[in-house]
Design a protein around this ligand. Structure first.
Ligand SMILES: C[S@@+](CC[C@H](N)C(=O)[O-])C[C@H]1O[C@@H](n2cnc3c(N)ncnc32)[C@H](O)[C@@H]1O
Length: 258
């Protein structure tokens, strides 16, 4: 028996994986992050499942409950928002579970970064423009290691996804500009991606702070920056991958010779 650490997806209850949903429906005990996971998803559990909110618990309380229930032979599911591997604080849970001799398995989920890209209709890795996506956060109360400062990451001029940064946009903009980004670089913000009250803002570096303030966005937002977010990119027909290029031979298709 083990603890299943499941990604709930970004909000829409249909965006959980089939595997995650099956486990949720089999679970005897469910611990869920009530501040970010959609209750409509948790309501798909068995009617007699023990459902516990974790927002008010300490790490030790949470792990003790999981370990105890597993030892009682119960199916225990810990539900995290998005994908558990990204800012999920799962490592500390796994460390303590391991100390208690409890195994765990992670079931991935749709991260908010990809729900936001979907909401925007964006490809984040555009051929000839950028082939790199950096997932990071601005430095606030939680420190960021010295070698990962936003200004240094931004020097790559790729697509940058910022989690947990909605209240720190002034500093974010300063760092991007210091790294040589143009003030008119596109920035898209998706508030509560995939929820019924989802909001999308197309902005630029120079407008970002004002646009966030005017829209009252201070949390639960994914900020995506870089030219892949150009709202007019679909009118340009400028960037093509090699994959479907008639002259490009690959394992599944021979090139067309002229
Ligand atoms: C603690 S992190 C969890 C991230 C999560 N593990 C994931 O993969 O999306 C919370 C941050 O994720 C982002 N986030 C989570 N859900 C979101 C959503 N539905 N729409 C936009 N951003 C979201 C926000 O930046 C929020 O501050």
């Amino acid at each position: 028996m083990k603890v299943y650490i499941i990604g709930a997806g970004p909000g829409d209850p249909d965006l959980i994986t089939v595997k995650g949903l099956k486990l949720l429906q089999q679970a005897d005990v469910i611990l869920w992050t009530d501040s970010l996971v959609n209750e409509a998803l948790i309501n798909r559990a068995k009617p007699d499942a023990e459902v516990l909110k974790t927002a008010g618990m300490t790490l030790e309380e949470m792990v003790d409950i999981m370990a105890e229930r597993v030892k009682q032979g119960k199916v225990v599911v810990r539900v995290h928002t998005g994908d558990p591997a990204v800012y999920g604080a799962i490592l500390e849970q796994m460390v303590l579970l391991k100390q208690q001799g409890i195994e765990y398995e992670i079931v991935p989920g749709v991260s908010s970064v990809f729900a936001a890209a979907a909401a925007l209709g964006a490809e984040l890795t555009v051929p000839d423009l950028t082939q790199t996506l950096i997932l990071t956060r601005a430095e606030g109360r939680t420190p960021v290691p010295e070698r990962e400062k936003l200004k240094d990451l931004a020097s790559h001029h790729c697509t940058i996804a910022l989690f947990l940064s909605a209240t720190l946009v002034k500093k974010v903009v300063e760092d991007f500009l210091a790294a040589g980004w143009r003030p008119d670089t596109p920035v898209a913000v998706v508030y509560r991606a995939s929820w019924p009250d989802q909001k999308i803002i197309h902005s630029t570096l120079e407008q970002l702070a004002d646009d966030m303030r005017e829209n009252g966005i201070r949390s639960h937002a994914m900020i995506l920056a870089g030219w892949a977010l150009d709202p007019e990119i679909t009118d340009k027909n400028q960037f093509r991958s090699k994959l479907y290029d008639a002259a490009f031979t690959h394992r599944f298709r021979r090139g067309v010779s002229s």
